[in-house]
Design a protein around this ligand. Structure first.
Ligand code: CO
Length: 156
């Protein structure tokens, strides 16, 4: 397996304040937001070279991200790695004894597939694996990482 960074997920409570930093100060290009109703979050992707920044805000008080913010405040939520074959990657990680949140991938936007690795097996970091789908352009700046991904209910 050879993983590459796809995006970095940041939990935000004040979207406008976070955009002043990541869009205005750092000059990252903001894509259209995407709601994930099942997780009660809205994801805002900003292209940052070959990878992206994902600002994740809760859309409801009972969102997992709302719980994360209440406990930890805004900050790093997950790191997403792109892999060529997510099923093979999950199988390999399982044989290595890595604790998986998703043993089988979930469907993301543009036919991408995503799965999460438990932070207990990744030195405290929630890790997302992503296999880019046929309908998704592979490099950031062309919509990569703009996902209907599911932010897991896992809480620190
Ligand atoms: Co993500």
């Amino acid at each position: 397996m050879k993983a590459t960074i796809d995006h970095i997920g940041i939990a935000v409570g004040d979207l406008e304040a976070s955009l002043k930093m990541f869009r205005d100060a750092l000059g990252l290009e903001l894509a259209a937001p995407e709601d994930v109703p099942s997780q009660r979050v809205r994801a805002h992707f900003l292209a940052a070279g070959p990878a992206s920044v994902e600002l994740v805000e809760p859309t409801s008080d009972d969102s997992p991200i709302a719980a994360f913010l209440a406990k930890r405040g805004p900050g790093l939520h997950h790191v997403a790695f792109r892999v060529d074959d997510i099923v093979a990657a999950l199988a390999e990680l399982k044989t290595r004894g890595v604790r998986l949140i998703d043993e089988t991938p979930r469907r993301g936007a543009h036919d991408s597939l995503v799965a999460f690795i438990h932070p207990a097996s990744a030195h405290g970091v929630l890790v997302e694996l992503k296999q880019v789908g046929d309908g998704e352009v592979g490099d950031a700046g062309c919509g990569s990482g703009i996902g209907n991904e599911i932010v897991p209910a896992w809480r620190i």
